[in-house]
Design a protein around this ligand. Structure first.
Ligand code: KIV
Ligand code: ZN
Length: 516
């Protein structure tokens, strides 16, 4: 008997990226897509092809890389969006176009300024056009959570006739209560029958995204849209790890409905997304939070030691947490052991990337006694998911900031030349950033600064994430920097944002000249 499976449609790279401050560069998106494939997600929504040339390029590169998961692009119900989506996923082994239009009275009247009949017409045209690129077409009724049932049925009937194979019912503003959501999905599943798969996409504005998604599965939805760590617009989307582990742990309650997810890849995926976006899940976040499997009180510790299941309904190893804190390598480890370890963490590196990462590892091993998996992930993310290093930090000296005026001397490599300058600032960091501005002659405005410790201990690596605005007409650029020394990590992060800006500027002028 075949298993009853709920498809997992991951939208970390699309809706997740819409999270304030979560924008990612192409290399970072590819790394996440590869991890999503290791997780065995059914569908990867790789982006919104028409949103920008960068999005288009990222989707098209992901489409070429991914072997098993379906690669999908979002598209508004507009022919130019659908064409961009179809072109971006052209090389995917399995491809899907996801087109949407709003169906709630408030969105149709104020946002679209269209009548319900016009909306249906647009939706049908969009689906029919998308079918010319791929047979796998998903249609979403944006703001379905506040749409009228009779209208939903009417538009779904029409798009099924036009060829939609998955019908997504988003609770776009996180408005529904679980019982209501379940009842809506039950009625729509009964209405649609086996003509298409019903999917849900729940936002977390009232903290109910997971509950609403699960209520939908219980009532017949067979695709759930979600993101790693619950990343997403405003309060986020339903968290994949919560949905998958709820279905696994309470399989009895869900009548045997399961997912295709390899749950042991959940924790690595969560770490990867957190380190790339600089947005770490809160410590008490279900499944992947730092404390999710930590037992603090004596009574609990005693219980777990006597019998794990007294206080644990899941095993840490089920999500791949069993060896997360294992000391993996030391300073005597060779290139071969390093390569094997990196491969076991799921990275595919070119020889050059491996050499660079190994050199970084050796430098770190000289300073840090114990190197953990998370240290290696951080090094690799830092080493290989960068845009070209137009500027590179070569040296940094800071003064004794307790007694003197905060100042920094910085040496940066640029076009094979070492440029040194020094400057003062309101604090050491300010002095460093101002000096970098002087050297690059591209002044930036720091919009956000975050520092996290990659692992525990006084000698932990610091990972700094900054957002810097270099041009008022462009969004702020994100940069990451890694070092045992927070000031060095900060300088690297600032330079990495600068490099992202220079790279985007270069691409933009090529595009303007018709080069891309
Ligand atoms: O929340 C939403 O409605 C969406 C759609 C585009 C699916 O993200
Ligand atoms: Zn959404």
């Amino acid at each position: 008997m075949s298993k009853d499976i709920v498809k997992i449609f991951d939208t970390t790279l699309r809706d997740g990226e819409q999270s304030p401050g979560a924008s990612m560069n192409m290399e970072e998106k590819i790394q996440i897509a590869m991890q999503l494939e290791k997780l065995r997600v059914d569908v990867i929504e790789a982006g919104f092809a028409a949103a920008s040339p960068g999005d288009f390029e990222a989707i098209s590169n992901i489409a070429k890389e991914i072997e098993h998961s379906t690669v999908c692009s979002l598209a508004r119900a507009l022919s130019r969006d659908i064409k961009a989506a179809g072109d971006a996923i052209l090389h995917a082994k399995r491809k899907r176009i996801h087109t949407f239009i709003a169906t709630s009275p408030i969105h149709m009247q104020y946002k679209l300024q269209m009548s319900p009949d016009q909306v249906i017409k647009k939706a049908v045209e969009a689906v029919a056009y998308a079918k010319t690129f791929t047979p796998d077409v998903e249609f979403s009724c944006e703001d379905a959570g506040r749409s009228e049932m009779s209208f939903l049925k009417e538009i779904l009937d029409a798009v099924i006739a036009a060829g939609a194979t998955t019908l997504n019912i988003p609770d776009t503003v996180g408005y529904r209560m679980p019982d209501e959501m379940g009842a809506m999905i039950r009625e729509l599943c009964d209405f649609v029958g086996d003509r298409a798969i019903i999917s849900v996409h729940c936002h977390n504005d009232l903290g109910l995204a997971t509950a609403n998604s699960l209520a939908s599965v219980k009532n017949g939805a067979r695709q759930v849209e979600c993101t790693i760590n619950g990343l997403g617009e405003r309060a986020g989307n339903a968290a994949m790890e919560e949905i998958v582990m709820a279905l696994k742990t309470r399989n009895d309650f869900f009548g045997g409905v399961d997912t295709n997810i390899n749950t042991r890849e959940i924790y690595p995926a969560s770490r990867l997304v957190a380190s790339i976006t600089g947005i770490a899940p809160q410590p008490n976040k279900a499944i992947v939070g730092k404390n999710a499997f930590a037992h603090e009180s004596g009574i609990h510790q005693d219980g777990v030691l006597k019998h794990q299941e007294t206080y644990e309904i899941m095993h840490p190893e089920d999500i791949g947490l069993d060896n997360a804190d294992t000391i993996v390598l030391g300073k005597l480890s060779g290139r071969h052991a390093f390569k094997e370890k990196i491969e076991s963490l799921g990275y595919k590196l070119s020889d050059e990337e491996l050499n660079q990462s190994f050199a970084r590892f050796k430098l770190l091993a000289d300073k840090k006694k114990e190197i953990f998996d998370d240290d290696l992930r951080a090094i690799i993310t830092d080493e290989i998911v960068q845009v070209p290093k137009t500027f590179e930090l070569k040296n940094l000296q800071i003064n004794d900031c307790m007694t003197g005026i905060p100042s920094a001397a910085v040496t940066i490599m640029h076009k094979e030349e070492a440029i040194t300058d020094a400057g003062i600032g309101n604090g050491t960091m300010d002095a460093i950033f101002k000096t970098i501005d002087r050297i690059s002659q591209i002044p930036g405005e720091l919009k956000d600064y975050k520092v996290t410790a990659v692992t525990q201990g006084k000698d932990a690596l610091a990972r700094v994430t900054v957002k810097v605005n270099f041009d008022s007409e462009l969004p702020a650029f994100t940069g990451h920097g890694l070092s045992i020394d927070t000031m060095i990590a900060s300088a690297r992060a600032y330079i990495s944002a600068l490099n992202a800006f220079v790279y985007e500027k270069g691409n933009k002028s090529k595009r303007d000249r018709g080069g891309i």
